[in-house]
Structures are given as structure tokens and as C-alpha cells.
Ligand binder design. Structure first.
Ligand code: NAP
Length: 321
């Protein structure tokens, strides 16, 4: 069994920032990267709103830089996913990975985020980054003067749809019912925006591209009549909800009714010594920079928590030498 002071689960901006802070505080830190180093941001082509990059950067470059910075201070990345945790006995906590290893860590930071729900229709995956997007803040700028489709009827669809009117010529909100789920305040704003149109009782059956490989149309189906029509569009923004990656912890940590992790002001979960950062608890902001800020806060709390228990912690092999 391997012993660590800090185990970070997840390698997005929250996880890599947390690892930078704990490693720099001279605490032995292991980061379980999961399947995709960097998480969601690693699939974002251009990142123009992360401070410190006046000419923008790419998702993979940002991740690579964050990784290098954390490693510079001694954080060790393990390219495995955590498959089992045991928080029931308190610290030290036990973690098992899909690589068959068992780890014990005095504190655990959970940063494995949330995934935007997909529509699951033909063409959707094929055109991600080529007209299909799940993030208006990330990609809206590329749709200046374009006709944009937004799928969904909740707060995200309307809020992001409103944001997209800053760029697009028109924004068509496609909702599967005739009643929006979004708050009245957002509905009022969206309905009074001349660029926004609503298409109710309608679902997207397919995303179609042109010969250059970018989105050119969606196939829409009226759920009442069954009629299918092709509608030209330059972009499809999908906001049909998010699923926090919290299933692994559902029996051990307190989650809200949507599956987001409940934390206190110090980023601590319902188990003392286990902290969470980023989209696993945040259903509202969902930005790389807010996740990084969260990772910093969780790490500082973990460092303080460990410091207060220094006399109780068993020496690690490396420290005992
Ligand atoms: P949401 O509230 O779950 O809404 C998802 C929307 O997508 C619903 O309108 C749903 O339709 C639709 N939908 C789901 N699956 C679909 C599918 N397969 N095909 C077509 N449509 C589908 O998700 P959200 O808007 O991301 O909001 C998540 C949480 O964050 C909410 O609690 C929300 O209040 C909060 N939030 C708040 C703000 C804010 O306060 N400004 C901003 C963003 C999010 P139905 O309505 O028919 O179910």
C-alpha cells in the first residue's frame, strides 16, 4: 500500500492547482488523472479568458503548463482512475485505482467535475468544436454575425442564449416542451430580446455539416405532429443539463438533489479531511479560472487541516528515511 499526505482525484484546473499548492507546501502529493488529463478544458480548442495569456492559449497547452508547474514542486501524476474510496474510518483514507493499486492518504481533494449532457443524436459528436459546443463563454466569440441554435429550456439555455446574442445575428432556442423550465426573470429577459426566437415542442434529431466539415443545419422534429424539417444554422449550443461525476461518492459524502457535492466555506465535504473543488460542487460558474481558484482554496484548507494534526500523522516512508 502506498502512503501519501495528499491525494488529488482529478486533473482539471481545480486538481492541478490544488496539487501545485499542496506540493509547494512540501506535502507528498499524488494526482489521479482519470481517463483524460486536464478534463473538460483539454477538449477546448481556444481559451481566451484565462488570465495571464494576453494572446489566448489552447486547452491542452493550459493543462500541460499547469501539470508542469505542479510537477516542478514534486506533485506526482498517476494516469489511473480511482474506482473505490473508503472514507468511513476517517483519516488516513483508502483509495483503489483501476491500475490495481491501493493508496492511503491523510487528506483527499475531489476535483472530478461534471459533464455536460449530450443530446445523443447523429452528428453531435462528429461536429464538436466545428459548430457544436457546450460552452458559450468558451466558444461564443467564434459565432460573430452567425445564426445560432441553442437546445434546452432551463436556466443555462436561456442565460447562455442571452450571452450568445452579443455575438450571433440570431439565437433560436429549441425546447422539447411548450413551457420553459428557466426562471421567470430569465424568461422575461430572453423573450424581450429581439435576437432570440423560440421553437417549442421540438427536438433535434440530427446535426448536419457541409463539405468543409462544419455545421450547416439541424434536423428538427415537432414532437406533437412528428413533422421533420431541416433548419439552417451555423452553430448548435447544447444546454440540456450537467451530470456531476459524484456517483463514486454517493454513499459516503453528502450530495444535493442534483448530485453536486455539498461543501462548507472551507471547501470541506461532509467528511472531515475530504475537500472538493470545481464543478463537482459548482453548478453555476463552471469556468476554468473559477475551478482553479476553488482548487487553491481547497488546497489551502487541506494544508491548514493537516498542519493542525501534524502531531497525529504517521511519518511517510520518505520522511522516515
Ligand atoms: P436543467 O435545469 O436540468 O434544464 C435542462 C433543460 O434541458 C430542460 O429544459 C430540459 O427539458 C432540457 N432537456 C434535458 N434533456 C434533454 C434532451 N435530451 N433533449 C432536449 N432537451 C432536454 O439544467 P440547467 O439549465 O443546466 O441548470 C442546472 C442547474 O443550474 C439548475 O438548478 C439551474 O437553476 C442552475 N443554473 C442557474 C443559473 C442562474 O441562476 N442564472 C444559470 C444556469 C444554471 P425539460 O424542461 O422538458 O425537462
Amino acid at each position: 500500500m502506498k502512503r501519501e499526505r495528499v491525494a488529488v482525484i482529478g486533473s482539471g484546473p481545480a486538481g492541478l492547482t490544488a496539487a501545485l499548492y499542496t506540493a509547494r507546501a512540501q506535502l507528498s502529493t499524488v494526482v489521479f488523472t482519470g481517463k483524460t488529463l486536464g478534463g473538460q478544458i483539454s477538449t477546448t480548442h481556444e481559451v481566451e479568458n484565462f488570465p495571464g495569456f494576453p494572446n489566448g492559449t489552447t486547452g491542452p497547452e493550459l493543462v500541460e503548463n499547469m501539470k508542469a508547474q505542479a510537477e516542478r514542486f514534486g506533485a506526482r501524476l498517476v494516469y489511473e482512475s480511482v474506482t473505490e474510496v473508503d472514507f468511513s474510518q476517517g483519516t488516513p483514507f483508502t483509495l483503489k485505482t483501476d491500475g490495481g493499486e491501493v493508496y492511503q492518504a491523510d487528506t483527499v481533494l475531489i476535483t472530478i467535475g461534471a459533464n455536460p449532457r449530450e443530446l445523443g443524436v447523429p452528428g453531435e459528436r462528429q461536429y464538436v468544436g466545428r459548430g457544436v459546443s457546450y460552452c458559450a463563454t468558451c466558444d461564443g466569440f467564434f459565432f460573430r454575425g452567425k445564426d445560432i441554435s441553442v437546445v434546452g429550456g432551463g436556466d443555462s439555455a436561456l442565460q447562455e442564449g442571452l450571452f450568445l446574442t452579443k455575438f450571433g445575428r440570431s439565437v433560436n432556442i429549441i425546447h422539447r416542451r411548450d413551457e420553459l423550465r428557466a426562471s421567470v426573470a430569465l424568461q422575461t429577459r430572453a423573450k424581450s430580446n429581439p435576437k432570440i426566437h423560440f421553437t417549442y415542442n421540438t427536438v433535434v434529431d440530427q446535426v448536419k455539416g457541409d463539405e468543409t466539415g462544419v455545421v450547416k443545419a439541424v434536423m428538427l422534429r415537432d414532437v406533437k405532429t412528428g413533422q421533420v424539417t431541416e433548419k439552417a444554422t451555423d452553430g448548435v449550443f447544447v444546454f440540456v443539463g450537467y451530470d456531476p461525476n459524484s456517483w463514486l461518492f454517493k454513499d459516503q459524502l453528502a450530495l444535493d438533489e442534483s448530485g453536486y457535492m455539498k461543501i462548507d466555506h472551507h471547501m470541506q465535504t461532509s467528511v472531515e479531511g475530504v475537500f472538493a473543488a470545481g464543478e463537482i460542487h459548482d453548478s453555476v460558474f463552471r469556468q476554468a479560472i473559477t475551478a482553479a481558484g476553488d482548487g487553491c482554496k481547497a488546497a489551502l484548507s487541506a494544508i491548514k487541516w493537516l498542519g493542525e494534526r501534524e502531531h497525529l500523522l504517521q511519518p511517510l516512508d520518505a520522511e522516515a528515511v
